[in-house]
Design a binder for this molecule. Sequence first.
Ligand code: NAD
Length: 283
Amino acid sequence: MQALSFNDLKDKVCVITGGAGVLGTAMVKAIASVGTKIAIADINKEVADKVAAEIAADSGTEVIGVAANVLDKESLEFAKTEINKRLGPIDILINGAGGNSPQATTKVETITEDNIDNLEDTFYGLQMEGFDKVFALNFTGTLLPTMVFTRDMLESRKGVVLNVSSMNSYKPLTKIPAYSAAKASINNFTEWLSVHLAKVGIRVNAIAPGFFITHQNRFLVMDEKTGNYSPRGQKIVDNTPMGKFGEPEDLQGATLFLISDVSNFITGIVIPVDGGYSAFGGV
Ligand code: NAD
């Protein structure tokens, strides 16, 4: 009897947007380890090239960096042409680009009698520019790459899309309404697209990472001065039954599972990778 494996992923071509980021890099390492050719499509071409070169050297797999802005269809079309030329037709897409910004973050968690005279720090002080940017990066930034990078899958009648959601998609965290709404829309879109593409052999799923300390949230969860968790960071740990932040490598198993044929009959789902956070009622 043959052991179950991820061998089906060998020599396939995977594009990962935002693949030069903290979580993206861990995902690229996992995928390269099973011999999948990878294009890291990132707005930061310099870091994408650097990460690609390091992982290619380590794994012996072909990994390239490609410049792409997930909010610009033309730049994605350019990236696709380059990927097709250098690696071949695309089999797998991971929509990893995303994130929050201080511009779309309220300064206080809730409005109380103590701060009601300072609405600048609340929902009412949010600037539409910041709100729109964060919503677009997380939602449109998944929609457009999916339109562009799944075309080869349509032709071959086989392929996989993996979106990156968040705990905020189930229950929004305080302070970050644009990010939360956008990630909720990712879960909804994952279901919608999975139905739309099911009969042409393309599966669409998502992972919902719990809490990992990365560039986009460090300012919220760490106290810069002391190097300890901020009160918010401590609250996250206290509400994660496993009692810690995740390590980027914790995403690797769920990623390989969902992009490989071992999950052939699975489409339209979101898998939390969260140390139990989403299962915990808080008491
Ligand atoms: P990160 O900031 O380390 O990486 C994001 C990457 O996206 C960067 O390489 C950046 O250059 C790239 N990027 C930004 N804008 C882009 C654009 N317009 N076009 C192309 N690339 C662009 O972030 P991360 O923490 O590794 O997050 C990766 C994904 O995981 C995001 O979707 C994020 O929302 C999600 N997520 C993160 C956490 C966490 O705890 N860090 C939790 C849940 C979900």
